[in-house]
Design a protein around this ligand. Structure first.
Ligand SMILES: *[C@@H]1O[C@H](CO)[C@@H](O)[C@H](O)[C@H]1NC(C)=O
Length: 171
C-alpha cells in the first residue's frame, strides 16, 4: 500500500511538470490586452532664450524627440520611441503598457529650424523632461513643452522681460 501511494505521488508530481509548461507556453491561451495610451506635448522655439514659453515663442513643426524609459533598479533601457512634431509643434507617441517601475525621459533630438536648434544645457534650464509614465488605458497624457533656443534673442524680448518684471539674461 505504502509503495502504491509513493508511486502515485511520483506520478502526480510528474504530471505537474509535464502539464505546466504546456499551459504557460500554449499559444491558444488568450493574452490579457495590453493597455495603450498616448503621450503628447509641444516643441517651441524659445526666441528669447528665456528657458520658458513667452508670448514671442513659436512652435516648431518637423522637430524630433526621444522618449526613453529605464528600469529603476538596474537602469536597463526598457522602452524607446522617437516622435516628430507636426503643425503647432505638436507630437504624440503611442505607449504600450504602464511604465511605473521605470524612469522615463523625453529629450530633444533635432529642430526643424536652422535658426533655432540650440539645445539648452546651461544653468537651470532643463533640456529634457523626467517623469514616471503610468496612465489609464486609452487616455492621453500631456507633458510640458520643450524648447530649443534661438541663436540670437529677438530685440523685442527686452519688452517681454520688462512686462514680467525680470532682468533680461545676457543676450
Ligand atoms: C486598451 O484599449 C485598446 C484600444 O481601445 C484595447 O484594444 C485594449 O484591449 C485595451 N486594453 C485594456 C487592458 O483594457
Amino acid at each position: 500500500m505504502a509503495k502504491f501511494i509513493q508511486v502515485s505521488f511520483l506520478f502526480v508530481v510528474a504530471l505537474c511538470f509535464l502539464s505546466f509548461p504546456s499551459v504557460i507556453y500554449s499559444e491558444d491561451v488568450p493574452q490579457p490586452p495590453v493597455s495603450q495610451f498616448h503621450i503628447q506635448g509641444q516643441v517651441y522655439c524659445d526666441t528669447c532664450r528665456a528657458g520658458f514659453i513667452t508670448e514671442l515663442s513659436e512652435f516648431i513643426p518637423g522637430a524630433s524627440l526621444r522618449l526613453q524609459c529605464k528600469d529603476k533598479e538596474n537602469g536597463d533601457v526598457t522602452f524607446t520611441e522617437v516622435g516628430y512634431t507636426r503643425a503647432e509643434g505638436l507630437y504624440s507617441m503611442l505607449v504600450e503598457r504602464d511604465h511605473k517601475n521605470e524612469f522615463c525621459e523625453i529629450t530633444l533630438i533635432s529642430s526643424g529650424r536652422k535658426d533655432c536648434n540650440e539645445i539648452p544645457t546651461e544653468g537651470w534650464v532643463k533640456p529634457s523632461l523626467k517623469f514616471i509614465l503610468n496612465t489609464v488605458n486609452g487616455t492621453t497624457r500631456t507633458v510640458n513643452p520643450l524648447g530649443f533656443f534661438k541663436k540670437e534673442a529677438l530685440p523685442k524680448c527686452a519688452q517681454v522681460y520688462n512686462k514680467l518684471g525680470m532682468y533680461p539674461p545676457n543676450m
